[in-house]
Write a protein that binds this ligand. Structure first.
Ligand code: BGC
Length: 996
């Protein structure tokens, strides 16, 4: 093989190489070949091609030429400045708002669960254009405007914004807010406390059509009383919003900002690049056309350390002469309250950065950058947050603002904002886009004027709406995964996530709306406020995902149940792989929970090509690592624990922090990618050292963060330390495998010895002479067997005990997040494929099939999602979907080996059971498409058609006792015996094997 890289296409076509020529390399490796030439230059485009020779030394035609282009490699390449636009109303909004509490009570020492009620009266002289209620509360609250519920949140830390326009009347309006004090946090410094703080800060903001604003903030005019008492009293004013002891709730959610400038281009353009990003989320336009189709850019990273920029080829959008660039800048992940307590993790203000580089036909260059020459104004996106949803007031649209010739004399200048001291790096994976659309299956009307659209599928994205009606009409869209028995939306499991979009009509013919800076996880969309009755095509679902291509893995079997399991997992992954691998897409989390990712990654890597997505997530993991070396529970590290003084809560729990090793390992196994090992080796080693330094006795008891153990297992009795220790051994093995693969022999030896030490400690502590492991739960046996903690001689006894426990539960599993991914592998590896199939094909609780029997269209978070605690009950959580890796590897029989990972060496080894009579698997591996297609049983006859891609080899395992039984294409073949199978080794090609 030979790889040539040149700096121009002409050079390459002429067969010249002026940058790097790998020379002829005698190797059959054809993926992950590292570039070995001179340092690559910023902005430069490189052309390349590959030539291969076959085993007899005959060259094939060179590959087609390809190219890539370097981004902006150093901070000095950026001439653009970070800009923002200061909303003049922001300070005024905050100024009149005070923390208040009940007179005569100490707001800093309130008995837990004390309830206080507050009342404010606002007089309105004319119908407002918009009425908004802002709330910041220490405690839980329910707010009503004229008796109509406006907000309900639980321990939310920052400002909540509610559009209450439709609840307001001309005249006297009553705002009632009930605040219930929380309870002391069970962790951290306040764990011993007997009292908590409780207080209310609120603002009613009325915007009139003439542009004037009326504000009514909490102060002594508001009345308050303890719930039990009857007399209203003037409330006690504690202080303004900066009052330290209650914690500043930060700025109020602000409308998104439109930014623009015009510029002239003197000549015809040869090429143009736009490098662009934001602290916040942006959409950018050139001469009125949107640049690219990406959504929710830039992606979610730890913006305290890194922001990713996008690069677009914009040559076709520019013209000689006058041009206009415009952008909308919104909160996105950067500025939204995140986690179940609504924290702002990243410092305001939102900022925008863009650099447009143009090359004229005559070779001259021009650069247009963000700077103070830009102008800004409030955009029609009145409010947009990740959990809350988006409010868009089409009446505020300014026609032509993205185009040239717009009169922006009434717009104010943008401000140059502080440049963040973070890395501005090129994105490493494709940003999310709308990948498909869904039409509603049904529309129902559970109450007058309330329409519920059923998309037929739990999906992630938003609803794109069509509507016609009078100016100022407000259409509200709310989203939910399931319905109440009366057909109304069930939203309790969304917790603090409002998941609501509001579209305010401009009143000009048919209008269209889809939110730009938020997303929802839902199957049902409730529409209220629609002028007239919406037709069934009034909305469609737009599916948004970072996995943009088709699934690369496919499964079809004789079991409808298994086929459905595969398909709901595809939907779940599409929805949850959105910028980061989220735990769930609907409630007030959507965080990069590491445990979920770790257990699912293998399945995820079979479903879609996530090689690049993995690189990005591993970067997030490494960015989140603590100075002590701990990987975290979520990456990017956005958990509220540290804010409330619980450092341990940041430390990744066993199985969670361990994903910092599991994800790179899986990526290496699946794609043969050694680079992910090399790049992250030091970080992984620091995690291993972190664990070891806290557990010198080789039992993992310390440094386990908020140890989530076998999360959501029906049997909660697994010893936490045992499970933690087994996972330590698991990642120890992975470290030693990765060390050997990259020639780090000394490290490899060290990790092998580590695992040996863990094994002896484990055996002493947890394995009794009679083979009982720990508390005897299924997960105890599964992890002990899977990680080879038990002496070989005892393994059959452990397997028996595991099967006995399964049998005692009438052939049901009892494992949680950490035990489940290994359950079927363990059974099949120890001769109990029959039990593995039995569990896989179950449809009674707890089982995968149970979820399907209850109508699941994506995996549930809990085995008992139909009766589980609503505060923790998502219907789109992929973790238990980790089982599909078993179906790909052990049923379809498409697997690789650690010796030649990335499917360089393929293992075709279907595990058979009479309950499944055929299976077809496809996997588009990095080497090309692998297909297995079998029919029959272990007792025969059995047929399998196999396709093996170029430059790989495969061992095909066939259920045959003698060589005489086996044919390929009707002819006898060479085969060797291994265990109970006959094995045929083949190279690339298609084969038809039969066992008589
Ligand atoms: C998430 C999980 C996560 C867990 C940690 C939950 O809130 O949704 O999937 O792994 O917390 O135990």
């Amino acid at each position: 093989m030979n790889i040539s890289k040149t700096s121009s296409l002409e050079q390459l076509r002429a067969g010249k190489t002026d940058v790097w020529d790998s020379g002829r390399i005698k190797s059959s490796e054809s993926v992950g070949i590292a570039y070995g030439g001179p340092k690559l230059e910023t902005r430069r485009r490189y052309y390349w091609k590959v030539r291969v020779w076959d085993t007899r030394g005959r060259p094939a035609d060179s590959s087609e030429t390809a190219w890539w282009e370097m981004g902006l490699l150093t901070p000095a390449d950026w001439k653009a400045q970070w800009i923002n636009w200061k909303n003049p109303e922001a300070d005024a909004d905050r100024a009149g708002v005070h923390w208040i509490w009940v007179a005569g009570q100490d707001a800093l020492k309130v008995a837990p669960k004390t309830t206080a009620v507050f009342r404010g009266v606002v007089n309105i002289s004319e119908k407002p254009r918009e009425g908004v209620l802002f709330l910041a509360v220490r405690g839980n609250y329910i707010a009503k405007v004229n008796g109509r519920e406006a907000a309900r949140k639980h321990e939310w830390n920052t400002f909540d914004r509610q559009d209450v326009t439709d609840s307001l009347i001309v005249g006297e309006n009553t705002i009632d807010i009930k605040v219930t004090a929380g309870t002391p946090s069970p962790f951290g410094p306040s764990a011993e406390a007997k009292t908590v703080s409780a207080a209310l800060a609120a603002l009613v903001k009325i915007s009139l059509f003439d542009g004037s604003v009326q504000r009514f903030g909490t102060d002594g005019r508001w009345e308050a009383k303890l719930d039990a008492e009857s007399d209203w009293q003037a409330s006690q004013v504690i202080g303004d919003l900066s009052y330290k002891l209650l914690g500043d709730p930060g700025q109020m959610p602000l409308p998104a900002v439109d930014l623009r400038r015009e510029f002239a281009l003197a000549e015809k353009i040869r090429s143009a690049r736009l490098y662009v990003t934001a602290l916040g989320n942006y959409r950018v336009y050139l001469n009125g056309s949107r640049v690219g189709k990406d959504v929710l850019t830039p992606e979610f990273t730890d913006y305290r350390k890194r922001v990713l920029y996008q690069t677009y080829d914009v040559e076709s959008l520019l013209v000689k002469g006058k041009n206009a660039i415009g952008a909308t800048l919104a909160d996105g992940w950067y500025g939204s309250g995140l986690t179940w307590v609504g924290m702002h993790f990243f410092p305001p203000p939102n900022r925008f950065l863009a650099q447009l580089e143009i090359e004229y036909v005559d070779g001259r260059h021009e650069t247009i950058v963000t700077d103070k020459s830009w102008k800004g104004a409030v955009s029609p996106v009145a409010h947009s947050e990740i959990y809350a949803g988006e409010t868009y007031d089409a009446r505020l649209e300014q026609k032509g603002w993205k185009e040239t010739g717009f009169d922006d004399s009434h717009w104010a200048s943008a401000t140059v904002a502080e440049a963040p001291a973070i890395s501005v790096s090129s994105e490493t994976t494709l940003p999310a886009q709308v990948v498909s659309t869904l039409k509603p299956q049904r529309v129902s009307q559970p109450a007058k004027g309330t329409y519920v659209f059923d998309m037929g599928q739990n999906m992630v994205g938003w609803a794109a709406l069509k509507v016609k009606g009078p100016s100022g009409a407000r259409v509200r869209l709310r989203f939910a995964e399931i319905l109440n028995p009366d057909g109304t939306l069930y939203t309790e499991n969304l917790r603090n996530a409002e998941a609501r979009d509001i579209y305010v009509l401009k009143g000009e013919g048919e209008e269209q709306f889809a939110p730009q800076f938020t997303f929802h996880g839902f199957r049902y969309v409730e529409v209220t406020g629609y002028p007239g009755a919406p037709s069934p095509d009034a909305l469609i679902g737009e599916v948004v995902s970072s996995v943009r291509g088709e699934a690369v893995g496919k499964l079809t079997t004789s079991s409808e149940l298994i086929n459905k399991m595969w398909s709901i997992g595809i939907w779940g992954q599409r929805g949850n792989f959105l910028s980061i691998p989220t735990d769930c897409p609907q409630r007030d989390e959507r965080l990069g929970w590491m445990g979920d990712a770790g257990v699912f990654w293998r399945t995820g890597s079979y479903n879609f090509d996530i090689a690049a997505f993995s690189q990005k997530f591993v970067q997030d993991i490494v960015d989140a690592q603590t100075p002590q070396g701990a990987f975290t529970n979520v990456s990017p590290n956005t958990l509220p624990f540290r804010r409330i003084g619980i450092d341990e809560g940041v430390v990744g729990a066993p199985g969670w922090g361990d994903a910092g090793v599991i994800v790179p390992w899986t990526t290496w196994v699946q794609y043969g990618n050694k680079d992910i090992i090399e790049r992250n080796w030091d970080s992984m080693q620091r995690w291993m050292e972190f664990i070891q330094s806290r557990n010198p006795g080789f039992l993992r008891k310390k440094g386990v963060g908020p140890n989530f153990a076998d999360w959501l297992a029906p049997d909660q009795h697994t010893d936490k330390d045992l499970l933690a220790t087994a996972y330590w051994a698991l990642i120890g093995d992975m470290m030693s495998e990765m060390a050997h693969a990259t020639g780090k022999e000394a490290d490899g030896k060290r990790y092998t010895e580590l695992v040996e030490s863990i094994r002896s400690a484990f055996q002493k502590a947890y394995i009794k002479e009679d083979g009982e492991v720990g508390t005897g739960t299924q997960t105890s046996y599964v992890v002990a067997l899977y990680t080879k903690m038990a002496p070989k001689s005892l393994e059959p006894i452990l397997v028996d005990k595991l099967v006995k426990d399964i049998e005692s539960r009438n052939w049901h599993l009892s494992t949680g997040f950490l035990g489940t991914p290994f359950l079927l592998f363990t059974l099949a590896d120890h001769g109990r494929t029959d039990v593995a199939y039995r569990l896989l094909l179950n449809d009674t609780y707890p089982s995968w099939g149970y979820m399907l029997s209850k109508g699941a269209t994506t995996w549930w978070e809990r085995w008992n999602g139909d009766s589980g605690d609503p505060s923790m009950n998502s219907y789109n959580h992929y973790a238990f979907g980790s089982v599909i890796a078993w179906v790909y590897r052990y049923m379809a029989g498409i697997d690789t080996t650690l010796g030649s990972p990335g499917f360089k060496k393929i293992v075709v080894r279907p595990h058979l059971d009479p309950r499944v009579t055929f299976a077809k698997g496809e996997y588009d591996s990095i080497y090309g498409k692998i297909v297995t297609d079998w029919k029959g049983t272990a007792e025969g006859p059995f047929k399998i058609r196999v396709t093996i891609p170029a430059n790989t080899t495969a061992d095909v395992f066939l259920p045959a006792a003698t060589r005489a039984q086996v044919t390929e294409g009707g002819k006898k073949v060479e085969a060797r015996r291994e265990g109970g199978s006959l094995v045929v080794s083949v190279g690339s090609g298609s084969y038809d094997f039969a066992v008589e």
